[in-house]
Each structure stands twice: as C-alpha cells, then as structure tokens.
Design a protein around this ligand. Structure first.
Ligand code: FES
Length: 151
C-alpha cells in the first residue's frame, strides 16, 4: 500500500514539476556538457618495437590522461598518477615538437627526468605535457625501458 502511495506521489510530483511555469526558464548548472564538448586531437605513441598507437585526446588533458583514457598498452606508464614521483611517463619528442611545447620543464620535472632511462635532449614527462590544439598529429616515442624511481 505504501509502495502504491509512493508511486502515485512520484507521478503527481513529476507531472507537477514538468509543467511548472518557470521550469524551462532555468538553466541547470552542469560541467558535464562542456567537458564532453572539448575539442579532440590525435596523438601517436611509437613504441620501441616500432608499433604505433594513434589515439584521441582532449585539449587540456595531459599525455598521461591520453594514455589512461585510451587504455594505451604501455607497461608501467604513469605509475605515480602524475604526482611527479616516478618518471615512468618519460616520452621522447622530435626536436621540432619539443621546441614548440607550450611549457618548459620545471626543476621538479628535470630532477625526475634525470632518473629516467634512455634520457635524450628532447625528453619530457608525459604527465607534465598538456594538450593544445597545435599538437594535433603529434608523435611521441616511448622508451623501451622505464624507471620507476619509487621502487
Ligand atoms: S606519472 Fe609519475 S612522473 Fe609522470
């Protein structure tokens, strides 16, 4: 009996509020729609064995987000989840792309990079690189070995 009363009240209230005069004049605040509408670009991860994985990432995401969101198969990548304590997100850029990155490495990132295997002059940590529109089509090399400095 209580169940029927609940359902009757639910239907009544649903009907009442959906017909409420001001209901359609109010905007409901939500961050979901803008997040879903973020522009996407293509990134290619080139593994040491030559295997290529081209995936999409949203502007404002980090390269670590791109790997995680697309389930890119990179063993041990991003072990510290972007807290700058592992260096497993080490990626190698072409000289041209490296020079065009929007931000330079901080001292903390450079300290962590010093501990990464296969370090190059164009190495960066993926968790510190934020996607911009200009990065569409970016290719990054993934080193053959990683060093989780926490281990
Ligand atoms: S994910 Fe650990 S330093 Fe980037």
């Amino acid at each position: 009996m209580a169940h029927r009363t609940f359902i009757r009240n639910f239907i009544f209230l649903s009907t009442k509020f959906s017909r409420h005069k001001n209901y359609h004049n109010h905007r409901i605040f939500s961050t979901t729609v803008p997040l879903l509408n973020k522009k996407q670009i293509e990134i290619t991860f080139v593994k040491a064995n030559g295997e290529r994985d081209t995936v999409k990432g949203s502007i404002g995401d980090s390269l670590l987000d791109v790997v995680v969101n697309n389930n890119v198969d990179l063993e041990g990548f991003g072990a510290c989840e972007g807290t700058l304590t592992c260096s497993t997100c080490h990626l190698i850029f072409s000289k041209k792309d490296f020079d065009q990155l929007p931000n330079k490495a901080t001292d903390e990132e450079l300290d962590m990079l010093d501990l990464a295997f296969e370090l190059t002059d164009t190495s960066r940590l993926g968790c510190q690189i934020t996607l911009t529109e200009e990065m569409d089509g970016l290719e990054v090399k993934v080193p053959a070995t990683i060093n989780d400095v926490r281990a």
